[in-house]
Unconditional design. Structure first.
Length: 501
């Protein structure tokens, strides 16, 4: 049996398995590479070459860049600007702006990254505007695929085609080489969506809708009654507390006032020092006149958090946030004494409030029981690290909440700058795409926008392995002459009809 025949059989079997979906696509792709080696069509080095191909590295890097934009709230910010610009009345304006936004993001970070980043934003937007999600989600996907032809980074297919053109000697495709096709395609897609979408698109919603966390801080503040009698006292340079040990802050002489937390001035999270400094905050609750009197005596800047919105900025911002956890049955924490204002054993989180059966347990605290809920405050990083503890159940993931509730959070400017630098490198061609993508990943990790573990999780390994494992198939078709034979038959059929046919 000739190598061409063997290659053709492998292709046929792979197509059948892909279509029937009886075997995971990753196994099918890996099976293709193994079959090409096992049949002797390719050497081991050629069969595994896809896993070291620069195009595969670039595709993986795009997933990390996409995750960085989503994690730092850039996509949420863009979605909120979209809602503000579109308004609630004009359906056409909403569809056009949604399509343009996802097309623009797709051109920069690929279809998968753009759709994954904007999907929750668009669903929440549909819920908020009282529109069927299907009326926005399908145009989102259509526009994303049209936008994939706006730039080289729009889809892995663009990268693979550009790589093949370079290897064949046809020259490197520029960053905007696809734009001449992508712009008309995008405009045509938007026109069809606006003109015929109302009739063609389904009007339905799923059985359950994702939560809208854009006002989550206010929900927690109101549920736990934090806006009533809450004050923030900032240490001035001449305050006796400035330069004093934390233990020196004693509110026992003022029984009408309760110290909830001490926040570090530069982060807004729990104090990590043993010595207080100018700019640190004392978060207290109690009588307003007494709080103002103490502030005057101790040279503290007095601010009353009179409304939920005031406290939101204090407890829920780019540096720090809130998380609600529940004590599950059989937790090792059952029986532990806790009280508002105490820090967790790590020292990174503050217990702001404790509730049992929906009722606040007050400043005296309590011994934890199954079903109790704790409201914790700390930096976003601390919340991400410590709430993986199996002894507590997290009600809402801080990572998910932050993406919706804190647009343009910590690292957003760095993520946007790194993305712009990557696009500039790709547009000018000063470095190969793989180097530009890897440099962006390096920068995201070094600046703290993404950790190594988060970068690993951000990569869609199914896509990466699928592309890498199927690459040797094109090599086999070229080396066996199958590609040439198919091209000759196609030319014979088309004849002199020209490239349009």
């Amino acid at each position: 049996m000739s190598d061409i025949t063997i290659t053709g059989l492998i292709v046929a079997v792979a197509v059948v398995l892909f279509v029937t979906n009886k075997v995971p696509v990753v196994l099918v792709a890996l099976g293709v590479a193994m079959a090409l080696w096992g049949s002797g069509v390719l050497s081991l080095q050629a069969a595994m070459a896809g896993f070291g191909d620069p195009a595969v590295l670039f595709i993986a890097a795009l997933f990390v860049v996409s995750a960085a934009l989503e994690r730092t709230g850039v996509t949420t910010w863009a979605g909120q600007r979209l809602i503000t610009s579109a308004g609630e009345e004009s359906r056409s304006r909403l569809l056009v702006l949604t399509g343009l936004l996802v097309a623009f993001l797709t051109a920069l970070i690929s279809v998968n990254g753009a759709v994954a980043a904007l999907l929750p934003v668009v669903v929440v937007m549909a819920v908020r505007l009282k529109r069927p999600p299907s009326q926005l989600l399908m145009p989102l996907v259509f526009s994303a695929h049209a936008g994939s032809l706006l730039a080289l980074t729009g889809t892995p297919v663009n990268v693979l085609v550009a790589n093949a053109a370079l290897e064949s000697g046809a020259g490197r495709f520029g960053f905007f080489s696809f734009t001449i096709v992508g712009v008309p395609l995008l405009l045509g897609t938007l026109a069809i969506i606006v003109l015929f979408g109302e009739k063609l698109l389904p009007h339905r919603a799923g059985p359950s809708m994702p939560a809208d966390f854009s006002r989550h801080a206010r929900t927690l503040v109101e549920q736990y009654g934090l806006s009533d009698g809450m004050f923030r006292l900032r240490l001035r340079a001449n305050s006796p507390y400035a330069g004093a040990a934390v233990a020196a802050v004693d509110f026992a002489p003022w029984p009408g006032l309760e110290l909830i937390a001490i926040q570090q001035g530069d982060t807004g999270g729990p104090l990590t020092r043993q010595i207080l400094a100018e700019g640190d905050h004392l978060l207290v609750r109690g009588d307003a006149e007494l709080a103002a009197s103490i502030a005057a005596q101790m040279h503290l800047a007095f601010r009353q958090e009179a409304a939920a919105t005031d406290l939101e900025e204090t407890l829920f911002n780019r540096q720090s946030g809130l998380a609600e956890v529940m004590i599950p049955p059989r937790s090792a924490l059952i029986g532990e004494p806790v009280f508002p204002g105490m820090t967790t054993p790590s020292g990174d989180l503050i217990i702001i409030a404790i509730q049992r059966g929906g009722s606040d347990l007050g400043p005296q605290g309590a011994v934890l029981a199954a079903g109790d809920t704790l409201l914790l405050q700390g930096t976003w990083k601390a919340l991400d690290v410590h709430l993986t503890d199996p002894e507590v159940l997290v009600v809402n993931s801080p990572d998910v909440v932050r993406r919706q509730a804190v647009p343009l959070g910590m690292g957003a400017k760095a993520a946007i700058s790194i993305l712009a630098a990557m696009v500039l490198m790709l547009a000018t061609g000063i470095v190969p795409p793989a180097i530009a993508g890897l440099a962006a990943c390096f920068a995201l990790i070094l600046t703290g926008v993404m950790s190594v573990e988060q970068s690993y999780r951000a990569i869609d390994w199914t896509t990466v392995i699928l592309v890498a494992a199927m690459m040797p198939l094109s090599t086999a078709m070229e080396e066996t002459g199958a590609a040439r034979m198919m091209a000759e038959h196609l030319v014979a059929i088309v004849g002199d009809s020209g490239p349009h046919v």
